[in-house]
Design a protein around this ligand. Structure first.
Ligand code: FES
Length: 124
């Protein structure tokens, strides 16, 4: 059973979150199940790029990027060699570590305005 680590599950400066997950689950599935803040404006239908994450470990264990994922990723900001769309990246046997992009966190907060208000009320 692979482990997935979110380096910044609740935004910048948050402690890492590591969870065991089912082989074949997408990074987005696991994020939603465990409350990590990965945006998903299109509901995982490969139409928005808001689920953009950087895979900082275990990238080679994920399925290859399909042409359609590449096309949609062109809409994302700060795309890197380790970029993936979380809704398309299914876990294999290996452990994986990801960093949620600022773009994706912002999208998540747009989808969860109450959490954005809480963040603002606790900001220094
Ligand atoms: S949630 Fe929209 S492309 Fe992944």
């Amino acid at each position: 059973m692979p482990k997935l680590t979110f380096k910044n599950p609740y935004g910048p400066g948050s402690a890492a979150l590591t969870v065991s997950c089912a082989r074949g689950a997408s990074i987005l599935d696991v994020a939603e199940e465990h409350g990590a803040r990965v945006g998903h404006a299109c509901g995982g239908n490969l139409a928005c790029s808001t689920c953009h994450v950087w895979v900082t470990a275990g990238l080679d264990s994920l399925p290859e990027v399909a042409d359609k994922e590449n096309d949609i990723m062109d809409k994302a900001f700060d795309v890197r060699a380790e970029s993936r769309l979380a809704c398309q990246a299914a876990l294999g046997e290996a452990d994986v570590e990801v960093e949620i992009t600022e773009e994706s966190l912002k999208a998540w907060l747009d989808e969860n305005p109450d959490e954005r208000k809480k963040l603002r009320s606790t900001a220094p």
